[in-house]
Design a protein around this ligand. Structure first.
Ligand SMILES: *Cc1c(COP(=O)(O)O)cnc(C)c1O
Length: 479
C-alpha cells in the first residue's frame, strides 16, 4: 500500500517559503484557544508532496484515466472547460451571504439554468437545491406529499416497477410513503394490466425510471401516465439518465408532473466521491408553489434570492445547493447549444447499441439488443459453461485498465452486466472493450481459475466489500 504523507515526513524538511513565519502569540485570539504544542504536520518538500498526491490520484480508476462503462452511472467525460469556468475567482470568491446586488452574475447563472432545464424537460419550474439524484428524488416525493396534504387527500402508496433504480424505494420511504413494486412485463416495460390492478384511490405517485434500468424506453408511456392520472395519482420521472432523451423527447410533454435529473450524469459535471453532485427537481405549474426556498426571481431587471416560508417543502440544503456544479452544467449547456442536445442523445444511444450488438454473441441480452443509453447482458451462460461468475468477469476487466460495468442489477436479469458506454467514448475505445471481453471469455474457457483470482494489477485484490462498507477504516493512525 502507498505510504501516507506522514510516513514521508522528515524532521526539518521544508518546501519553498517566501516570507518568514511570524513567531509569538497571534493577536486577537484568546489564550485558551491557542495550541500548547505544535500541530502534528508532516514535514516534506514540495516535490515529495506533488509526487505523493499524484500517485494517490491514480490508485483508483477514474474517468480521466480510462473507460468507465458503469451502467446507470453515466460516467461520461467531464470537460476541463467547465473546471476553468468554475475556478474563475469571480465565481469561486463569492459568498452565499453576500447582498443580491453584489452577486447578480451568480443569480443569473441559477435563474438561467432553471429556465433552460424547464425548457429541456417541458416542466414549468425547477429547484436546484438537490445535491444528488437520490436527494432530488426525496424532494420530489416530499413535494408529492405536500401536494396531497394541501388537497386533503391521505394517499400512502407509491408504485415502483421492479426495473426502477435502487434509490427509488428508499426515497419513497423517506417521504413517508410505502413503495409497492410492480412486476414488469415480458418486454421489460410496465405491464398495463399489472399497473391497472395496482392503481387505486390510495396511490399517490407512479414513480418511473425512464429509460428503465434495462436501458429500455417505456413504449406505452402515454397510456401508462393516462392510467395513473385517471386515478388521481401524480407521475414522477427519475430522469437521472436524461442523456438518452435529450433534445428528442420532453418528460413534461409525456405527462410527468415531477422529475429529477442528475447534472453529474447528463450534464457532464463531476460525480466526486459521493459528491458534490446536483439533482435538480422540475415540476408542473400545479406544484411550483411547493418548491423549497430560497428561490431566484427576476424583478425589473434585477435578480433576487427570495426567502420565504413555503407552504410546501422547506429547504433541503443549506443556501441553494451546489452552486459550482450548477455553474459547470450551465457552461456545458451553453457550449453544446440546443442543437447539440440531440447529438448527445444520438451518440449515447448509438454507442450503447453498437456495444450491445458487438458483445451479444459473448453475453446474451435477454431483453434484446435494441436499447437506449445502456443495456443489460447476462453472464448466466458463461457461468453454466465454465463456472465463472459475472463478478469474476468484472474483476478481470480491471486488469485491462477498464472499470467494471454495474453487476447483479437489475435483479430481473441473472448474472447481470449493465453496460453504459456514454456518448463521450470513441469507436476505438468501444472496440477495445469488445476485444477485452472476447479475451476474458476465452480465458474463462481455458483457465477459469485465472478469473477467480483477478484482479492482479490493482493496488488491492479482492476486498471484503461488506466489512469495507460497514466498518470502514478511513484514517491512518497518528504516530
Ligand atoms: C444514479 C441514479 C440515481 C441516483 O443518483 P445519485 O446522484 O447517485 O444519488 C437515481 N436514479 C437513476 C436512474 C440513476 O441512474
Amino acid at each position: 500500500m502507498a505510504k501516507t504523507i506522514f510516513d514521508r515526513s522528515k524532521a526539518g524538511r521544508r518546501g519553498y517559503r517566501f516570507s518568514p513565519v511570524p513567531s509569538g502569540r497571534p493577536e486577537g485570539i484568546p489564550g485558551e484557544y491557542l495550541r500548547t504544542r505544535p500541530a502534528l504536520l508532516p514535514e516534506v518538500g514540495e516535490a515529495e508532496v506533488v509526487r505523493h498526491y499524484t500517485a494517490l490520484s491514480v490508485l483508483n480508476h477514474h474517468v480521466d484515466k480510462d473507460f468507465y462503462p458503469l451502467g446507470s452511472c453515466t460516467m461520461k467525460y467531464n470537460p476541463k472547460m467547465n473546471e476553468d469556468i468554475a475556478a474563475n475567482p469571480a465565481f469561486s470568491g463569492i459568498h452565499p451571504e453576500q447582498d443580491d446586488e453584489d452577486v447578480q452574475g451568480a443569480l443569473e447563472v441559477m435563474h438561467t439554468l432553471e429556465h433552460k432545464l424547464s425548457i429541456i424537460c417541458g416542466m414549468d419550474a425547477f429547484s436546484l437545491q438537490g445535491v444528488a439524484g437520490a436527494h432530488g428524488e426525496m424532494l420530489g416525493m416530499m413535494l408529492a406529499r405536500r401536494y396531497f396534504d394541501e388537497r386533503g387527500e391521505a394517499r400512502s402508496k407509491v408504485l415502483v416497477p421492479d426495473t426502477a433504480h435502487g434509490t427509488n424505494p428508499a426515497s419513497v420511504h423517506l417521504a413517508g410513503f410505502t413503495a409497492h413494486t410492480i412486476k414488469s412485463g415480458a418486454d421489460g416495460g410496465v405491464d398495463l394490466d399489472v399497473l391497472r390492478d395496482a392503481l387505486d384511490g390510495d396511490t399517490a405517485v407512479l414513480m418511473l425510471t425512464v429509460p428503465n434500468t434495462l436501458g429500455l424506453f417505456e413504449r406505452r408511456i402515454i397510456d401508462i401516465i393516462d392510467c395513473a392520472h385517471r386515478h388521481g395519482a401524480l407521475c414522477y420521472m427519475d430522469g437521472a439518465n436524461l442523456n438518452a432523451l435529450l433534445g428528442r423527447a420532453r418528460p413534461g410533454d409525456m405527462g410527468f408532473d415531477i422529475i429529477h435529473i442528475n447534472l453529474h450524469k447528463t450534464f457532464s459535471t463531476p460525480h466526486g466521491g459521493g459528491g458534490p453532485g446536483a439533482g435538480p427537481v422540475g415540476v408542473k405549474r400545479a406544484l411550483a408553489h411547493l418548491l423549497p426556498f430560497p428561490r431566484v426571481e427576476l424583478d425589473a431587471g434585477t435578480y433576487r434570492l427570495v426567502d420565504g416560508v413555503s407552504t410546501g417543502v422547506r429547504s433541503i440544503h443549506s443556501f441553494y445547493g451546489n452552486f459550482a456544479i450548477c455553474l459547470r452544467a450551465l457552461a456545458y449547456l451553453e457550449r453544446v447549444g440546443g442543437e447539440g442536445l440531440a447529438r448527445i442523445s444520438a451518440a449515447a444511444n448509438l454507442n450503447a447499441n453498437y456495444l450491445a450488438k458487438a458483445v451479444s454473441d459473448l453475453f446474451p441480452i435477454p431483453y434484446g439488443t435494441r436499447c437506449m443509453h445502456e443495456f443489460v447482458a447476462s453472464g448466466q451462460d458463461l457461468k453454466q459453461a465454465c463456472g465463472v461468475r459475472t463478478l469474476d468477469v468484472a474483476k478481470r476487466l480491471l486488469d485491462f485498465g477498464i472499470h467494471a460495468p454495474t453487476i447483479y442489477f437489475p435483479l430481473v436479469v441473472p448474472e447481470a452486466l449493465m453496460v453504459e458506454p456514454t456518448e463521450t467514448e470513441s469507436k476505438e475505445t468501444l472496440d477495445r472493450f469488445v476485444a477485452v471481453m472476447k479475451q476474458i471469455v476465452a480465458e474463462a474457457k481455458e483457465n477459469p481459475g485465472l478469473l477467480a483470482g483477478a484482479p492482479y494489477s490493482c493496488p488491492v485484490r479482492r476486498l471484503d466489500e461488506v466489512s469495507a462498507n460497514r466498518q470502514p477504516v478511513v484514517a491512518a493512525p497518528l504516530q
